[in-house]
Write a protein that binds this ligand. Structure first.
Ligand code: URA
Length: 242
């Protein structure tokens, strides 16, 4: 495999940032084939070199998986002629990795968005056939009632003929405005907003809080991201092979 910078290889594990890698190297805590690394720019073949961090052998990750806490105002796209996309929230070195968002959140929707360069798994996570849950927190106008929950459970057919799969509506509060968790296994355009609008409860705020059993990491502020751990990527892989 092509030689790569040590800081890039080690940061690809998602366990240390490039800045942390620099410190580890300065403290002589990184070795390459038994020799302490001299600098973060040092190059190695990630597939054949034995790279130890604090004595622990690291595994190079071929694909990058990122969890982003998307703020409103950004498009879930890789490029947009006019506005900002979620890729604008990532540093230059990650933008070079051909990452793309796993599915779309509307421009005004916030919360959990995965970005990756692993096409196969991303595709499977979005396939309605794989039954991967996506959970949204929604605030709506109007009072959500048992009949709304039943309509979600039965499967709503929208006025344009779109037949939504059975879904879950968990009412968190009900009054002049209401709050709910909505769980879907598909992701049609504006789906949550359209389903709730159909029931006469237009959405005023929407946030994705979970996907594929992984909750949004609440230590991430809006606009922040982190790498998924190998265990989290494995978890996603299991979700599509169930
Ligand atoms: N459903 C919507 O209506 N909007 C989103 O962004 C995601 C799901």
């Amino acid at each position: 495999m092509e030689m790569q910078r040590l800081d890039k290889i080690i940061a690809s594990t998602g366990r240390w940032s490039r800045r942390e890698v620099k410190d580890l190297i300065r403290h002589r805590l990184v070795t390459v084939n038994g020799i302490p690394a001299a600098s973060p720019e040092e190059k190695a073949d990630p597939e054949t070199a034995e790279i130890l961090v604090k004595g622990e052998c690291i595994t190079y990750r071929r694909y990058t998986w990122i969890m982003l806490n998307k703020p409103a105002g950004y498009l879930s796209a890789t490029e947009d002629g006019k506005g900002l996309t979620v890729l604008d929230l990532l540093p230059q070195e990650l933008r070079r990795q051909e990452l793309f968002p796993v599915g779309r959140l509307d421009k005004d929707t916030e919360g959990l968005l995965f970005l990756t360069n692993e096409g196969g798994l991303a595709h499977d996570l979005l396939s309605p056939k794989r039954h991967v849950d996506k959970v949204y927190y929604a605030r709506v106008e109007g009072c959500l009632v048992q009949a709304d929950r039943d309509a979600f459970a039965a499967g709503i057919t929208l006025p344009d003929g779109l037949q939504c799969q059975k879904a879950k509506l968990e009412i968190l509060s009900a009054g002049e405005t209401s709050e709910a968790h909505v769980t879907l296994r598909e992701g049609k355009f504006h789906q949550v907003k359209r389903m709730l609008a159909f029931l006469g409860k237009p959405v005023t705020y929407l946030e994705r809080v979970e996907m594929g059993g992984l909750p949004l990491d609440l230590s991430l502020s809006r606009g922040e991201y982190r790498f998924l751990t190998p265990e989290e990527v494995e978890h996603l892989r299991k979700q599509v092979s169930r």
